[in-house]
Design a protein around this ligand. Structure first.
Ligand code: HEC
Ligand code: HEC
Ligand code: HEC
Ligand code: HEC
Ligand code: HEC
Ligand code: HEC
Ligand code: HEC
Length: 310
C-alpha cells in the first residue's frame, strides 16, 4: 500500500464513520467463532450477520485458507466452515462494497496438540469455549434444525440427513474415518452435558472408547505391561476420534507419533546403533514389532524379543 492509498483509506474510513452517525449500521457482526477460542480440530465455523445493502463481497482469511463470498442481495447471514493450522490462527473477516473495505473484524483461535511440544501449551489468553447451549443455539435455530435426530446405534442411510451434518461435515472429511463419527452417531460419545454445552464427552477419553471397544479394555487391562500414554486414559492423544489422514485415524503417522516421544528411535539417532530395536531404520514401522497399547512381552513387543527379526 502506498501513502496515497493509506491517505485515501483514512479519508474513506472517516467519511464512513461520519455517514454512519446518521445512516444505518455498516458493521459486520460475528456470531461464530468466539474470540480466543481454544480447540483441537483444524476447522472452525465462521458465521456473520450484516445489513445486505452495505456489502457485495465478504473475504475470510485464515493462515490455512482464503476465500471470497459473493453476497447475494437476498442474504444477510453468511456461514462458512474454514480450515485452520496448528497453533495461533488470526481469522480476518473483511466486508467490501465496490472493491472498498467497509468493515473488518478479527477473531483469534488456537489449535492445540499434545503431540507437538510447540503446540502443547497454548498462551493463557486462549480458553476452551462451548457453543451448544440455549443462548447460542437460538441464534442459529432461526434457519437450522438444532435438535438431535440420530437413533441410538442406527447409522444414517444418508448422513446428509443428520442435523449435525451441515455444520460439522468437515470433521469427517479426512481419508480415514471412525465408524461412529462418519455415520453421524455423534451422541454415542458426546453423551454428557455441563452448564455450557449439551455435547461434552467423558474424561478421560478412554471411558468413551471402552464403551464400545470393551474387548480391548479386557485385553489391555489384563496385560502385564501397559504403555504410559494409554494408562493415563488419553486415547485421543494419539487417535483423532473423528477422522484423520492416517490409518486408524492416528493424529500423525505411526512413526511420527512414536518418535515424537521417543526421539532416540529416529533414523538419525539409530544410525550405527547395535540395539535390538530397529527404530525407524530400513523403513521399519514401529508397530511391526511393538504394540502401542499393552502387551505381555517386555517393551510391548508383539513377539518375544529373541523372535524379533531385525
Ligand atoms: C438466516 C438464516 C441462517 C442463520 C441465522 C444461520 N445460518 Fe448457517 N446456513 C444457512 C444456510 C441457508 C446454509 C446453507 C445450507 C446448506 O448448505 O445446507 C447455512 C450453512 C451453514 C454452515 C455450513 C457452511 C459450509 O461451509 O458448508 C455452517 C457451518 C453454518 N450454517 C453455521 C451456522 C451457525 C453456527 C449459526 C448460528 C450462529 C448459523 N449458521 C445461523 C442459513 C443460516
Ligand atoms: C447451526 C450449526 C450447528 C449445528 C446444526 C450443530 N452444531 Fe455443533 N457446533 C457449532 C459451532 C459453531 C460450534 C463451535 C465450534 C466450531 O465452530 O466448530 C459447535 C461445537 C460443537 C461441539 C463442541 C462442544 C461445544 O458445545 O462447543 C460438539 C461436540 C458439537 N458441536 C456437536 C454437535 C452435534 C452432535 C450436532 C447435531 C445434533 C451439532 N453439533 C449441530 C455449530 C453447529
Ligand atoms: C468415538 C467418540 C466420538 C464420536 C463418535 C464423535 N466425537 Fe466429537 N469428540 C470426541 C472427543 C473425545 C472429543 C474431545 C476432544 C478430543 O479429545 O479430540 C471430541 C470433540 C469434538 C468437537 C470439539 C473439537 C475441538 O476442536 O476441540 C467437536 C466439534 C465434535 N467433537 C463434534 C462431533 C460431531 C459433530 C460428531 C458426529 C459427526 C462427533 N463429534 C462424533 C469423541 C467423539
Ligand atoms: C459407539 C461405539 C464406539 C465408540 C464409543 C468408539 N468406537 Fe472405535 N470403532 C467403533 C466401530 C463400529 C469401529 C469399526 C469396526 C471395527 O473395525 O472394529 C471402530 C473402529 C475403531 C478403530 C479402528 C480399528 C480397526 O481395526 O480398523 C480405532 C483405532 C478406534 N475405533 C478407536 C476408538 C477410540 C480411540 C475411541 C474413543 C475416543 C473409540 N474408538 C470409541 C465403534 C466405537
Ligand atoms: C501412543 C499412542 C496411542 C494411544 C495412547 C492409543 N493408541 Fe490405539 N493405536 C495406536 C496406533 C499407532 C495404532 C495402529 C497400530 C498398527 O498400526 O498396528 C492403534 C490402533 C488401535 C486400534 C486397532 C488395532 C487394535 O489393536 O485393536 C484400536 C481399536 C485402538 N487403537 C484403540 C485405542 C484405544 C481405545 C485407546 C485408549 C484406551 C488407544 N487406542 C490409545 C496408537 C495409540
Ligand atoms: C505421549 C508420549 C508417548 C508416545 C506418543 C509414545 N510413547 Fe512409548 N512411552 C512413553 C512413556 C512416558 C513411556 C514410559 C517411560 C519409559 O519407560 O521410557 C513409554 C514406554 C515405551 C516403551 C517401553 C520402554 C521400556 O523401557 O520399557 C516402548 C517399547 C514404547 N514406549 C514404544 C512406543 C511406540 C512403539 C510408540 C508409538 C506407537 C510410542 N511408544 C509412543 C511415551 C510415549
Ligand atoms: C524390527 C523390530 C523393531 C522395530 C521396527 C522397532 N523396535 Fe523398538 N524394540 C525392538 C526390540 C527387540 C526391543 C527390545 C530391545 C532390547 O531387548 O534391548 C525394542 C525396544 C524399544 C524400546 C525400549 C528400550 C529402548 O531401547 O529404549 C523403545 C522405547 C522402542 N523400542 C521404541 C521403538 C520405536 C519408537 C520404534 C519405531 C521408530 C521401534 N521401537 C521400532 C524391536 C523393534
Amino acid at each position: 500500500m502506498n501513502l496515497l492509498q493509506i491517505y485515501l483509506r483514512v479519508v474513506l474510513l472517516f467519511c464512513i464513520s461520519a455517514v454512519s452517525l446518521f445512516a444505518e449500521d455498516k458493521s459486520i457482526e460475528i456470531l461464530a467463532p468466539f474470540d480466543k477460542h481454544l480447540q483441537k480440530e483444524l476447522t472452525v465455523n465462521v458465521v456473520m450477520k450484516f445489513d445486505k445493502k452495505n456489502f457485495d463481497t465478504i473475504k475470510i482469511s485464515t493462515p490455512a485458507q482464503m476465500l471470497e463470498l459473493n453476497v447475494s442481495s437476498s442474504k444477510s447471514t453468511e456461514c462458512k466452515n474454514v480450515s485452520l493450522k496448528l497453533g495461533e490462527n488470526i481469522i480476518i473477516i473483511g466486508g467490501y462494497k465496490n472493491g472498498l473495505l467497509v468493515d473488518e473484524k478479527k477473531r483469534t483461535v488456537y489449535v492445540e496438540s499434545q503431540l507437538y511440544h510447540q503446540f502443547k501449551y497454548p498462551p493463557q489468553k486462549f480458553v476452551k469455549t462451548y457453543f451448544h447451549n440455549e443462548k447460542n443455539e437460538k441464534i442459529c435455530a432461526q434457519c437450522h434444525d438444532m435438535s438431535v435426530n440420530e437413533v441410538k446405534g442406527v447409522a444414517f442411510a444418508d448422513v446428509t440427513k443428520s442435523n449435525c451434518y451441515t455444520c460439522h461435515k468437515s470433521i469427517n472429511k479426512e481419508k480415514y474415518g471412525h465408524a461412529p463419527s462418519t455415520n453421524y452417531l455423534c451422541t454415542s460419545c458426546h453423551n454428557e452435558s455441563n452448564a455450557e454445552s449439551k455435547y461434552i464427552t467423558k474424561e478421560p477419553s478412554n471411558e468413551s472408547c471402552f464403551e464400545c471397544h470393551d474387548e480391548n479394555k479386557e485385553l489391555w487391562g489384563s496385560a502385564k505391561y501397559g504403555h504410559e500414554p494409554l494408562d493415563s486414559g488419553n486415547c485421543t492423544r494419539c487417535h483423532n476420534p473423528h477422522s484423520s489422514p492416517y490409518s486408524m485415524f492416528t493424529r500423525k503417522s505411526v512413526n511420527d507419533i512414536c518418535i515424537g516421544c521417543h526421539k532416540d528411535k529416529s533414523v538419525e539417532a539409530m544410525n550405527g546403533s547395535k540395539s535390538a530395536c530397529n527404530g525407524a531404520k530400513n523403513n521399519k514401522v514401529c508397530t511391526e514389532c511393538h504394540t502401542p497399547h499393552a502387551s505381555n512381552q517386555p517393551f510391548f513387543l508383539k513377539k518375544i524379543s529373541s523372535e524379533v527379526k531385525k
